[in-house]
Design a protein around this ligand. Structure first.
Ligand SMILES: C[S@@+](CC[C@H](N)C(=O)[O-])C[C@H]1O[C@@H](n2cnc3c(N)ncnc32)[C@H](O)[C@@H]1O
Length: 264
């Protein structure tokens, strides 16, 4: 398997994403880094519903977002449509598979936030994203790269058998549609840090009918060491490594590994 079926390509799943993922601390961390850097042209692959790009567009930044899910992009566009023409014209949304598409070039900042490397099935695809980020940036441009922190072999919880209740996508949409989900490990390769699982999403509609979406997802929880190697290989200088979205320094106990890296 080299590519996950997009887990977000359903309007109800996109709505649950918007309802549950409303945090802003990563946006504040980005703002703290770019406040004094003047006008910036920013690229966010895996932009989803615009959680990050819309507030930055309101700060007068120009942005391009790439996402392969029309459901997620439709939500981003609906939010933009409620804003001024000035803000709307500062944002361009592109529907594409970020692993296959040639990312546009000439940017001052590329954002790979919110665990987006976890959307990809293999370390090769993750490395490709770092290479594409480097190619998209002007010399001296920056990369913001934010993932969960997991080093070494993955712990036992990854090899647990039997269906487990998922935390996403679970909830109730405005029209009364209810989503519930379970995840079940299919196989686990500890040394390669690869995990494949079956996710079953049950959708109960207000008229009493149900449907089920079955997804096979594969994940490679990326390590700090891998990210450091890729960043150096593609010409980045790592200026900061944070351990959380408040900007605390990274330690081996940190929950997150957040790189702020400059293209040499
Ligand atoms: C966790 S969401 C993050 C959304 C947004 N970056 C945020 O911070 O709220 C991941 C997004 O990646 C998108 N995605 C997953 N695989 C993709 C791919 N190969 N190409 C483009 N987008 C992808 C999904 O559609 C989803 O919108």
């Amino acid at each position: 398997m080299s590519k996950n079926k997009n887990a977000y390509d359903d309007p109800h799943i996109a709505e649950i994403y918007d309802k549950t993922e409303a945090y802003v601390d990563d946006i504040e961390l980005i703002r703290s880094r770019i406040n004094n850097l003047g006008a910036m042209h920013i690229l966010e692959p895996f932009c989803g519903t615009g959680r990050v790009i819309i507030p930055l567009a309101c700060d007068e930044r120009r942005l391009v977002g790439i996402d392969e899910s029309s459901a997620m992009l439709n939500r981003a566009q609906s939010k933009l449509n409620k804003l001024s023409d000035d803000i709307k014209t500062r944002v361009k949304l592109i529907q594409a598979d970020a692993t296959a598409y040639s990312w546009p070039e000439g940017f001052d900042l590329v954002i790979l936030g919110a665990n987006c490397l976890y959307e990809l099935a293999t370390p090769e695809e993750q490395e490709t994203c770092i290479a594409k980020a480097a190619a998209s940036l002007k010399p001296g441009g920056y990369l913001f790269l934010d993932n969960n922190h997991m080093e070494g072999e993955l712990d036992e919880s990854w090899r647990q058998t039997g269906p487990r209740k998922s935390i996403f996508p679970v909830g109730t949409c405005d029209d009364g549609t209810c989503l519930d989900a379970t995840t079940e490990t299919i196989w686990f390769d500890g040394p390669k840090r690869l995990w494949q699982a079956r996710r079953l999403i049950t959708i109960k509609y207000p008229d009493g009918t149900n449907s089920t979406i079955e997804q096979v997802v594969q994940k490679h929880p990326v390590s700090v060491v891998e990210q450091q190697q890729w960043l150096r290989a593609y010409g980045f200088i790592i200026e900061n490594l944070y351990g959380d979205r408040k900007g605390s320094p990274y330690t081996d106990k940190s929950d997150r590994a957040i790189f702020w890296a400059k293209k040499a």
